[in-house]
Design a protein around this ligand. Structure first.
Ligand code: G3P
Ligand code: MG
Length: 237
């Protein structure tokens, strides 16, 4: 079985990460799985952005969670990458989900900050169902196991993944909480870990593999999914 190549923050090597453009371009080159990051806005909208603060990837300042969705939607999230991408915006999760559903691509949505008062689990789950692609399910992942357990308590049918660096520690947590995936930094993945995981029915996604030779190495090892910034370059690998 070939691993599924996953577009990390869209086709983020060449386009501004976590923007509609980066996701459209990932789909255009054949991605079937797209990773993205979410933070809640001050008014509880799920916004697609990696950092908790705005400075690195937008022309805004301060924390995402201190701005309304309408304020965030006006910011430029493209120019930092290249002036040619000026006018790209921070998308709301719903926009990315709609795009993925139209193209029958699924999303691996990383919950970056699980702030109880801003984070509406019920609404998140409803969005995942509303925009489900035809052939797969959207999934949720997080470094924060408690966030995943809150989702699981509410809806046990959403595929979940624990993210982390300590492969065996994550595997133990996945078994304890019956979470079907571990998303592990590639440097911590090896054949023994993969065998131990597969023996228990747990699947592994390695992030973030950006060299074709390394991609082939992990593909041959038998990983289930490999996350990359260079989706167009890795699909042929
Ligand atoms: O999905 C794993 C990976 O995205 C976690 O790290 O910092 O790229 O969100 P980061
Ligand atoms: Mg991420």
């Amino acid at each position: 079985m070939q691993p599924t190549p996953e577009a990390h923050r869209g086709y983020s090597a060449r386009f501004p990460e976590n923007t509609l453009l980066a996701f459209q371009q990932a789909i255009a080159v054949g991605a079937k799985s797209m990773e993205l990051d979410i933070h809640p806005s001050a008014d509880g909208e799920f916004m697609v952005i990696h950092d908790a603060r705005l400075e690195r990837t937008t022309n805004g300042k301060g924390e995402v969670a201190k701005h309304s969705a309408a304020e965030l939607a006006k910011l430029d999230a493209g120019s930092w990458k290249n002036p040619a991408f000026a006018g790209e915006r921070i998308p709301a999760l719903e926009q990315v989900l709609a795009l993925s559903q139209q193209n029958n691509v699924y999303c691996n949505i990383e919950i970056k900050s699980f702030t109880a008062e801003l984070f509406d689990v019920k609404r998140l789950v409803a969005l995942l169902h509303k925009y489900a692609p035809k052939d797969a399910k959207h999934m949720l992942s997080s470094f924060d196991v408690q966030a995943l357990l809150q989702v699981k308590q509410y809806d046990s049918n959403i595929p979940l993944a624990i993210i982390g660096g300590d492969g065996y520690g994550m595997l133990a947590q996945a078994l304890e909480h019956q979470i079907p995936w571990i998303h592990c930094h590639y440097s911590r993945v090896n054949h023994d870990l993969l065998l131990a995981a597969h023996a228990k029915g747990i699947r592994i996604n390695a992030w973030t593999v950006n060299q074709p030779s390394l991609y082939r190495h992990y593909a041959r090892m038998g990983l289930d999914k490999i996350c990359t910034d260079y989706i167009a370059e890795m699909i042929p690998a």
